[in-house]
Design a protein around this ligand. Structure first.
Ligand code: ASP
Length: 342
């Protein structure tokens, strides 16, 4: 028997009609009861919280991280499934992945259609997530959704309503699920895991500011003035902005703010190509380019670097290490073929 712990945090998979709209209100037992159980899997439920994930906070995410570690302290547990709203699932999953140092899997899942809806996707996703959690090791934190297995790193929500809600636009999925089979074709690249952040530390403010035509440095400087200890500049193209924003980045870095640059473009890596306000100048000003991570996960990498017990001078290097995971599957390639577990 595989022993899986289900940690329930809310989201559409736990959402029901509230009279004016949907909101998460069902406990983990109810969500679990909506799905069939894979053969040979025994489930223990932990009701951690019940929120729509657009309301997620670092405090809740750190509570989830600590709960996962507490559950895995029991050697009888074979794996964990976390049900989570899809809106910020990629952020929570990546924060956990950066700290995950256990061969046993943590599998995130959720739904695009609410609990109890005929032909909803929640029950199938739950079944697949349990099946995956019971059958794999050494893959870090995963996302099981619409018959696909995604690494936490690099995966983003790419569809607001469609069932195939997640993808890494710069790479393919790790594998596929279905008909009781787990087919993993690629191992994700993961940096060495971070130690658990110390409890009781003040949570640093990390803001995201987007560049666009006409943008000046007002919002970036407002983030610094608001006390941000980290800022993600969502630049255009391969990481480009303006000379004014480069000056603002340079002055923020001199004040000890950790600055990362991501992009508005959905796929592909950041690259130092342009000067005159481009990535060449942003890097020279002290910013760290985000590789193929998009804004939400870049923010999580900045947050993790700020929560880590390292000196401020060492943080840009640490951030670079958390961002850079060579060996990702080239864009467009899809896993195909053999079954590795059932
Ligand atoms: N708004 C929901 C949430 O993230 C969406 C979902 O779960 O699919 O909580």
């Amino acid at each position: 028997m595989a022993r899986i712990t289900l940690i329930s945090t809310g989201g559409t998979i736990a959402s029901r009609w509230q009279g004016t709209g949907y909101a998460a209100d069902a406990g983990g037992d109810t969500v679990l009861a909506s799905a069939a159980l894979p053969e040979g899997v025994e489930v223990t439920v932990v009701d951690l919280f019940n929120v729509n994930s657009s309301r997620m906070t670092t405090e809740l995410q750190l509570t989830l991280l600590r709960t996962v570690r507490e559950v895995l302290a029991d050697p009888a547990v074979d794996g964990i499934v976390v049900t989570h709203g899809t809106d910020t699932l990629e952020e929570s999953a990546f924060l956990l992945d950066l700290h995950h140092d256990d061969p046993r899997p943590v599998v995130f899942t959720g739904a695009q259609k609410p609990l109890g809806q005929a032909e909803g996707d929640g029950p199938g996703n739950m079944y697949d997530a349990l099946q995956l959690a019971a059958n794999v090791r050494d893959l870090g934190v995963l996302i099981a959704f619409d018959g696909k297995v995604h690494a936490a790193r690099g995966t983003v929500k790419t569809q607001t309503l469609a069932a195939d809600a997640f993808a890494d636009p710069s790479a393919g999925p790790l594998g596929r699920l279905g008909f009781g089979r787990v087919d993993i074709r690629h191992k994700p690249s993961r940096p060495a895991p971070l130690p658990e952040p110390q409890a009781g530390e003040a949570i640093p403010r990390v803001d995201i500011v987007m560049h666009h035509s006409d943008a000046d440095a007002t919002l970036f400087e407002a983030a610094v003035a608001a006390g941000a200890r980290g800022i993600v500049l969502v630049a255009t193209g391969a990481g480009n902005a303006t000379p004014e924003l480069v000056d603002a980045v340079s002055s923020a870095v001199r004040r000890g703010v950790l600055v990362a640059v991501s992009t508005r473009v959905s796929a592909g890596p950041l690259a130092e190509i342009y000067t005159g306000g481009g990535a060449v100048d942003l890097v020279a000003a002290g910013a760290v380019l985000s590789g193929t991570l998009r804004a939400g996960q870049t923010r999580i990498a900045v947050l993790a670097a700020l929560l880590a017990d390292v000196s401020p001078a060492a943080r840009p290097d640490l951030l670079g290490r958390l961002i850079d995971a060579p060996g990702a599957l080239p864009a467009g390639e899809e896993p195909t073929g053999e079954q590795t577990a059932a």
